[in-house]
Ligand binder design. Structure first.
Ligand code: FAD
Length: 450
């Protein structure tokens, strides 16, 4: 008989927490999990999944425009936001049900409560009860950051709110230049809103290759998205008609119907009892962990966004899985953070893996080569859509090993998943050259760059 209620107690049933709970239980551990909102976490409930469904919904605007050149006439087309919103919500409900069933099927006990550390091996639950666990995993994720600007907290929305909007804003300002800002800019623009991205700095998508970023900027501007750089908000006021007056610093004031803040996500650590439990935190409250995701307290682990390593779902899942395997299957697993592919589901999307050109310049001291293919996808040519794709390969000039791939164009995230395997495997540019093209595709450009 164990001295504890559980072998593992997981706080937060999102990407990392659910995976860790399920795997630990499959190894025979007695597992409990607490979730204060909805099982599935950010990714399933208000992140990757509903966002991607909105991206699909938005892209029909272009398909309906382009289809005429392919002989299709669609009469009386119209868009019903509420229908899409509600269908997406139904899909999210379905997925939450599947996640709950998986946990229950693995005999994980779900506590629909908020949880906090009670000191030692105790976890306090918001229903007034408390449990003990031999090991505790903190997988509470992150939440949108909204700056302390007059009127912002009351009148601005964040990504969570987009999925519940009653109606589409005619005019929306989006604060931020990262992937969430650009994805929602694309979505609202395709739905017909007038979109302005306001960025404190002078560039979008920091961390992505400069050529790919510039291409998205140029295409987005051609599609009608307005970009304002080096500007911030001074004040947000709601007017009688419900619209917002934005007092700006660095550009002219604006009148909009919605203001969306997409200015980063901060670890969800408030009220968790970290300090009392002796769990150390670092920048912006992120929980400090070692390579095994162990915190400063021996039996407490943390994975996913709350550790602010790489804020992506597959990374949180990998970390959670590793913790469960190490604790309950005697394995010695760590997560390899090199060459993690990522995407921006903008219109068109971006995908990237490995070093950008400027990172290669810094890291390889100039001993790098780049190859680019700048082309118009066949479908865009017939559709009369003047939108060019760009693929770029960065190699180590001494070894010919591919150290980075960067792409913007239709479906590039789908192409990137396979290309990332090649980069992860350390393949050379010659290996790409030796591969015969699959014709006619857009992806064949990857093996045709000379
Ligand atoms: P989460 O999935 O956030 O789960 C944490 C859970 O803990 C939540 O359910 C929360 O309610 C719960 N919780 C918090 N505190 C407590 C508490 N005290 N007690 C009990 N429960 C608690 N990533 C991608 O890889 N691809 C994408 O395309 C992508 N798109 C995104 C789009 C948006 C709009 C957003 C916001 C994020 C997106 N992400 C994407 C990021 C991805 O969602 C996160 O990296 C991932 O969900 C992190 O998983 P996690 O387990 O750390 O936390």
């Amino acid at each position: 008989m164990s001295d504890f209620d559980y072998d593992l107690f997981v706080i937060g049933a999102g990407s990392g927490g659910v995976r860790a709970a399920r795997i630990a239980a499959s190894h025979g551990a007695k597992v409990g999990i607490a979730e204060e909102y909805r099982v599935g976490g950010t990714c399933v409930i208000r992140g990757c999944v509903p966002k991607k469904l909105l991206v699909y919904g938005a892209h029909f605007a272009e398909d309906l425009e382009d289809c005429a050149r392919f002989g299709w006439e669609v009469e009386g087309k119209s868009f019903d936001w509420k229908k899409l919103r509600d269908n997406v919500a139904d899909e999210v409900d379905r997925l939450e049900g599947l996640y709950r069933n998986t946990l229950k099927g693995n005999e994980v006990t779900i506590h629909d409560c908020r949880a906090s550390l009670g000191g030692g091996h105790e976890v306090k639950l918001s229903d007034g009860s408390s449990v003990t666990a031999k090991n505790i995993l903190i997988a509470v994720g992150a939440r949108p950051h909204v700056p302390e600007i007059e009127g912002c907290q009351q009148h601005a929305i964040v990504s969570n709110d987009v999925f519940k909007l009653d109606k589409l804003p005619k005019r929306i300002a989006i604060s931020g230049g990262g992937y969430i800002a650009n994805e929602f800019a694309g979505i609202f623009n395709e739905f017909g809103s007038t979109v302005t991205i306001v960025n404190r700095g002078d560039r979008i998508l920091r961390g992505y290759d400069h050529q790919v970023r510039d291409r998205l900027l140029q295409i987005s501007m051609t599609k009608g998205i307005r970009f304002i750089f080096n500007s911030t908000f001074d004040k947000v006021e709601k007017k009688e008609d419900g619209s917002l007056h934005l007092t700006m610093n660095g550009c002219e004031d604006m009148e909009v119907d919605a203001l969306l803040f997409a200015t980063g996500r901060e670890p969800n650590v408030e009220g968790l009892g970290l300090e009392e439990a002796g769990v150390k935190t670092g920048d912006r409250g992120a929980i400090c962990v070692d390579e095994y995701s162990k915190t400063s307290v021996d039996h407490i682990y943390a994975v996913g966004d709350v550790t602010d390593r790489v804020q992506l779902t597959p990374v949180a899942i990998r970390e959670g899985h590793a913790v469960a395997d190490n604790l309950f299957d005697g394995q010695d697993r760590t997560v390899d953070y090199d060459n993690i592919p990522s995407a921006v589901f903008s219109h068109p999307p971006i995908a990237a893996v490995g070093l950008t050109e400027s990172e290669a310049r810094e890291k390889l001291g100039g001993a790098y080569k780049t190859y680019t293919s700048d082309f118009r996808a066949m479908k865009n040519v017939l559709a009369g859509r003047n939108e060019r794709s760009l693929y770029k390969i960065v190699t180590d000039a001494n070894t010919d090993v591919i150290v980075g791939i960067h792409m913007i164009g239709p479906e590039v995230p789908e192409v990137m998943q396979a290309a990332a395997v090649a980069v992860k495997a350390g393949l050379t540019k010659q290996a790409f050259d030796d591969t015969i093209a699959l014709h006619p595709t857009m992806a064949e450009e990857l093996v045709l760059m000379r």
